[in-house]
Design a protein around this ligand. Structure first.
Ligand code: PMP
Length: 288
């Protein structure tokens, strides 16, 4: 594997970042998880835009233009002969010293890893997931907005660990008001009486690229959609539920906190949206 770091490629063993990088010392940095399908990068522009928005929010100046980053991502895929896979694009605050202040971090580091994808088990899609709500709430947007895809993922990791202890693969995270925010690494949708609902981003969620694609596809398929605050009750009584994310794509949920969703099988609209999503991933994107 060849890893891109600041304009050069390194073997996996030699792909190293300083222990004085504030990305490591403080989680001070941002990232993107991107997918390539069928020799194309899916929603590349949207991912690069979100990266630059995250950078702006934390006052980090990315030392490359959007075009240069795009080219570096494509080049990393070509160097690794990956036509179908997962891309991790990271920008750290850079090498500094032990104090919190980023003043001594002169140049942010950009690194890119292109990996073959480890797919989720097929049965998740066929049978649906069981999820639980975890005690750890999603970071309050006034503390660190979850819309920023920062390297500071301890909040999500704690939630994930609580899910593992409860024997589930993904978890529901509430915001500090007790309203549904998102999952540890996915956004949430429910269907109720023919209407699709997802919580607004200001509830404390990442503005998922997959979430946006699903909203666009719902419009295309004439499925009415509303962004609306949701309670756990709204999840319990939903006819269908599914999660969206770059890695997960669209995963149906059939149980929440012991309550069976709909008839306990992945719903029809979820299936329809998953199929439309696959069609989109296979037929659109930036050529590698
Ligand atoms: N929420 C969180 C916390 C995430 O980390 C992710 C990305 N895995 C998502 C939602 C889904 O976003 P996307 O569709 O852009 O992958």
């Amino acid at each position: 594997m060849k890893v891109y770091i600041d304009g050069k490629f390194y073997s996996e063993e030699n792909a190293k970042i300083s222990v004085f990088d504030h990305g490591l010392l403080y989680g001070d940095g941002i990232f993107e998880g991107i997918r390539a399908y069928n020799r194309r990068v899916f929603r590349m522009e949207e991912h690069i835009d979100r990266l630059f928005d995250s950078a702006k929010a934390i006052l980090l100046t990315i030392p490359m233009s959007k075009e240069e980053i795009t080219e570096a991502v494509l080049d990393t895929l070509r160097q690794n002969d990956v036509s179908e896979g997962y891309i991790r694009l990271v920008v750290t605050r850079g090498k500094g010293y032990l104090g919190l202040s980023p003043d001594r971090c002169k140049t942010p580091s950009v690194f890119i890893i292109a990996a073959k994808l480890e797919l989720y088990p097929k049965e998740y899609y066929e049978n649906g997931l069981s999820v639980v709500t975890v005690p750890t709430t999603r970071t309050n947007p006034s503390a660190l907005n979850p819309a920023v895809k920062s390297l500071n993922y301890l909040n999500n990791i704690m939630a994930k660990v609580e899910g593992k202890l409860a024997g589930v693969e993904e978890v529901i995270m509430l915001n500090s008001e007790g309203l549904v925010a998102e999952c540890s690494g996915d956004n949430i949708f429910v269907m109720k009486r023919g209407m699709l609902y997802t919580p607004p981003i200001y509830m404390g969620a990442l503005g998922g690229i997959t979430r946006d694609v699903i909203i666009q596809l719902a419009h295309k398929l004439d499925i009415p959609i509303q962004e609306q605050p949701l309670t756990r009750y709204d999840l319990f009584v939903a006819d269908e539920m599914f999660l969206t994310g770059t890695g997960a794509e669209v995963i149906p949920v059939v149980q929440v906190d012991g309550r069976v969703i709909g008839d306990g099988k992945p719903g029809e609209k979820s299936r329809q949206l998953l199929d439309a999503f696959h069609h989109e991933t296979q037929n659109t994107g930036t050529p590698i």
